[in-house]
Ligand binder design. Structure first.
Ligand code: FAD
Length: 464
């Protein structure tokens, strides 16, 4: 392939790999969470993986890909679970993990390179008394650039909302994919051009984020007699503005038995809440749980919680690694017939709709809720487990949930503008025209964007 040869000549001296094992590993993410995506994406591999050591290398890689007209897919930690980082049309995978410097810390904000993992960022910030406001449960391996481009919410969202909320991201540095790449700085509302855009419209190289003051985060697990009571507690704790809280994760009684380490802790038949609260206020959180007939069945001090996260000390990993989409990971390891759906409930009558949805699918939907704040209100997102019996029953379930009043964002597609939370905002395609004029970035992910003139055409999406 001459284009690849030209590209390799231009990146001379920059680390790369093209052995089959590396190409396979670096072309995958967690798309296998979805049986639909597994069938569609398995076997799609890049032709070369390039790992720039610094921004100068990165600019050379961007220029070389543009000149050779090679597709390019940016990769952070590769923990996305919709196949966002799978190179549908082959070409270059750009591994960002060497661009991992903390650039500067200011009171209330910090600037960092996009390839830094969120655990490493928080480790570096800790002595300053500040921390990231939110991170996904994949904090250990997910990069901050990947979170902005492919993630949404996570641990911290019960206080701080989503990464796309105005004020969370202060500015973003983006490198364009042009023969002479430009370095652009986006700030204010312009940051939305690249947030949750799956890397289709520029390479994020640095980000500046608002921070939160570090709290002595302590962990608790509460057991409840019913999901309804656990959910009512979750809502009350998330609404309790005087309590510093970082995690409010609620689980159906069928979930603890699916998680090896939690099943001996949570009494059989009990729904579960996993929370992180500021240690001096943990007793108040327990009081809120007791008001819904909850009982504390596990506790860890702030010091132990920190040791689990930062030093991997202790028998139990940080509890957030049982929440958000880690719940799905543990459950699928236990029972491979399970998959999941992302569901949002209407804020005004969320508890009623949660109950209605659970009753509509008593066997096939196992409710898992993550409480969060959004736009000044308590909201709840679900990453509920679903028993998979085929594509048609799954899509029928999505239709019925929508009819009940729950809003489903289909995680069984890798296309950006297909559904719900993944709907693309108008500035993103406009920005793509400027930042990626040859249409080379992550081709196939943006519906209706012309495929680049490459040897390999991205596949058509199967009919729903
Ligand atoms: P990658 O998977 O490498 O990339 C994600 C997307 O961003 C891709 O489209 C890629 O091309 C693009 N991209 C990556 N870096 C850049 C860059 N520098 N410039 C431009 N584009 C870029 N997500 C959540 O939001 N919250 C959760 O709590 C959560 N929990 C999870 C738990 C599990 C077990 C798993 C498997 C996934 C979970 N996710 C969650 C999804 C994922 O872990 C996060 O979204 C994470 O932030 C992705 O970061 P990454 O570095 O792994 O990105």
């Amino acid at each position: 392939m001459d284009r690849l040869k030209d590209f390799r000549a231009e990146i001379d001296g920059i680390p790369f790999s093209d052995d089959a094992a590396t190409l396979r590993i670096k072309s995958r993410d967690f798309f296998w969470f979805s049986p639909v995506l597994r069938a569609e994406l398995e076997g799609r591999v890049a032709d070369i993986v390039v790992r720039p050591r610094d921004k100068r290398d990165l600019l050379r890689v961007a220029a070389a890909a543009a000149r050779a007209r090679l597709p390019l897919t940016v990769r952070g930690g590769g923990t996305g679970n919709y196949g966002q980082a799978v190179p549908l049309a082959g070409g270059v995978v750009l591994d960002m993990t060497h661009l991992d410097r903390l650039v500067r810390v200011m009171p209330g904000a910090a600037r960092m390179e996009a390839g830094a993992t969120m655990l490493e960022i928080d480790r570096a910030l800790k002595p300053t008394g500040w921390e990231l406001r939110l991170h996904p449960s994949t904090r250990q391996s997910a990069t901050i650039g990947g979170f902005l481009a492919g993630g949404a919410a996570g641990v911290g969202s019960c206080t701080w909302g989503q990464i796309s909320d105005r004020g969370a991201v202060l500015s973003v540095e983006v490198v364009t994919l042009e023969e002479e790449p430009r370095i652009l700085e986006l700030s204010g509302d312009d940051v939305m051009r690249v947030i949750h855009a799956y890397g289709v419209n520029g390479i994020i190289t640095e980000v500046e984020l608002a921070l939160a003051p570090v709290q002595p985060w302590a962990e608790r697990i509460y057991a409840f007699p019913s999901l309804a009571k656990a959910a009512a507690f979750g809502k009350a704790l998330t609404a309790a503005d005087a309590i510093a809280r970082k995690l409010v994760s609620i689980h159906d009684a069928r979930i603890p038995p699916l998680i090896k380490r939690l099943s001996p802790i949570v009494p059989a038949g009990s729904a579960m809440a996993i929370v992180m609260v500021s240690e001096p206020q943990a007793a108040i959180a327990t009081r809120l749980a007791e008001m819904e007939d909850g009982e504390c069945v596990f506790e860890r001090s702030a010091q132990e919680t920190d040791a689990a996260a930062f030093s991997a000390i202790g028998a139990m990993p940080p509890l957030y690694e049982y929440t958000w989409n880690h719940t799905t990971l543990h459950a699928m390891r236990h029972d491979p017939t399970l998959t999941y759906l992302q569901i949002r409930y209407p804020p005004d009558n969320d508890l009623a709709v949660i109950d209605k949805a659970a009753r509509a699918f008593p066997d096939d939907l196992i409710t898992h809720l993550e409480f969060q704040r959004r736009f000044g209100r308590v909201g709840v997102s679900a990453l509920s487990l679903v028993r998979y019996s085929g594509r048609d029953p799954l899509y029928k379930m999505i239709e019925k949930l929508d009819a009940i009043g729950a809003s489903v964002s289909n995680p069984h597609t890798c296309r950006l503008d297909n559904a719900g939370w993944k709907r693309i905002d108008a500035p993103q395609p406009d920005f793509k025209a400027a930042a990626d004029p040859f249409g080379l970035m992550n081709p196939g992910k943006l519906v209706d964007w012309p495929a680049p003139d490459t040897a390999v055409e991205p596949p058509a999406e199967p009919a729903a």
